[in-house]
Design a protein around this ligand. Structure first.
Ligand code: AMP
Length: 397
């Protein structure tokens, strides 16, 4: 796979596929611009090399139809502020309007195309649509790691119609860091997996038992594991149809001498609300009418001790319902342990990323991935369609 530094960019129309899928409030204001900032190195590189920069992205799930609330217009304004230069927003990502805007571009100009997903053909990886996009540029750069596990027209199909393609700086650094954790990591390698459901993360849990030295399981999914071990978990999240899967993962871990850590205590409540009455109990004592919504202090200490000798840490998924203050301590406590570990620490997934930022620990984490699904699929060892497409680039217009 080529790197952007190997491309000749000066004077050329350079399309960069970015992931500007930022959260917006009901007024259409951006509530977190991390995803925009993450692409600035690539954007500034293209501008610095005197390219004509055409940015293409998706936002939300408009399901193939134009919908104002998913417009990238607010992103163009924020990007313009961040760059300190004008960003021309084009109301469509293909067709006459886009072609005209691109034809008028001069070196160092920046154009942002409207949401790719306003066209159903994007997610279908439609060839005709990919060709329409390719028509707009001379060279293509993919920088959207968070979308790389999906093979769509703008990140897979397009590479068949552009003669020169490369990975942007963000995509390259994401792949590089995750490789450090998955291929020949410095050991002990410890994975922390949390979040709501086992069923969402079976693949990654299974694969991790083949790679890690220690596996820490927290969050809602831990209660399916505890139930599989015979504990009463009351009204806690528990996937009955995943009990066998949980048992298989535990057996596999034991067979491979992977040390598996589950919570030993938890924060319980009868309501998932910010003013809920809570209690701490051991996992042996969860009452029938109560649910466990966070790991307890003893578990945080236990997990922290398990991390003490870690040299590489990968983490996805919160330890509890951390969006609500009474159930956030486990996740924030763990953030501090991960941040102070003498290890390469790699965190991925929207919630985990939010927790690290809220705890003010972002600067003490080695790498925060912009990918959620992509991060998990890479840990799982799955091929990434967009990366494969870049590797096989070199089609004809
Ligand atoms: P995921 O997307 O699978 O990483 O799950 C993240 C979600 O899991 C967050 O919104 C948390 O609120 C939720 N979560 C974590 N722990 C629990 C728990 N013990 N009970 C219910 N939800 C939880």
């Amino acid at each position: 796979m080529k790197s952007i530094s190997e491309l000749s960019i000066g004077g050329k129309k350079v399309m960069v596929r970015v992931d500007f899928n930022v959260p917006l409030d009901d007024q259409g204001r951006i509530t977190d611009d991390t995803r925009i900032k993450a692409h600035l190195p690539t954007i500034n590189y293209v501008i610095g090399q005197k390219g004509k920069l055409i940015l293409a992205s998706h936002l939300g799930r408009p399901k193939g139809k134009r919908a104002e609330k998913y417009s990238l217009k607010p992103v163009s304004l924020r990007l313009s502020e961040l760059l300190g230069r004008p960003v021309t927003f084009v109301d469509d990502c293909v067709g006459p309007e886009a072609e005209k805007a691109v034809a008028e571009m001069k070196e160092r100009d920046v154009v942002l195309l409207e949401n790719l997903r306003f066209h159903a053909e994007e997610e279908k990886n439609d060839k005709g649509f990919a060709r329409e996009l390719a028509k707009l540029c001379d060279v293509y750069v993919d920088d959207a790691f968070a979308a790389a596990h999906r093979g769509h027209a703008s990140n897979a199909g397009i590479t068949g119609y552009v003669s020169d393609c490369a990975a942007g700086l963000l995509l390259a650094s994401e792949l590089d860091y995750l490789k450090k954790a998955t291929e020949d990591p410095v050991r002990p390698l410890v994975a922390i997996i949390g979040g709501a459901k086992v069923s969402d993360k079976i693949g990654v849990l299974d694969r991790l038992t083949e790679k890690v030295d220690k596996l820490i399981i927290g969050g809602g999914m831990a209660f399916t594991f505890l139930r599989a071990l015979g504990y009463e978990v009351g009204l806690s999240l528990c996937e009955q149809d995943m009990l066998d899967v949980a048992r298989t993962i535990m057996t596999k871990a034991a067979d491979r001498h992977v040390r598996l850590y589950l919570p030993v205590d938890c924060v319980i409540s009868q309501a998932a609300s910010a003013d809920a009455v809570t209690k701490y109990v051991t996992v042996q004592e969860i009452p029938k009418e109560w649910m466990a919504l966070d790991i307890g202090p003893a578990s945080t200490t236990l997990f922290g001790e398990a991390l003490a000798d870690a040299r590489t840490i990968v983490w996805n998924g919160p330890m509890g319902m951390f969006e609500l203050a009474p159930f956030s301590r486990g996740t924030f406590g763990l953030v501090n342990f991960v941040a102070s570990a003498h290890a390469l620490s790699i965190v991925g997934g929207g919630d985990t990323d939010t927790a690290v930022h809220q705890a003010g620990a972002a600067a003490r984490i080695s790498y925060i991935s912009t990918g959620g699904g992509a991060f998990l699929e890479l840990l799982e060892g799955k091929a990434m369609p967009a990366v494969e497409a870049l590797e096989n680039c070199g089609g004809q217009k």
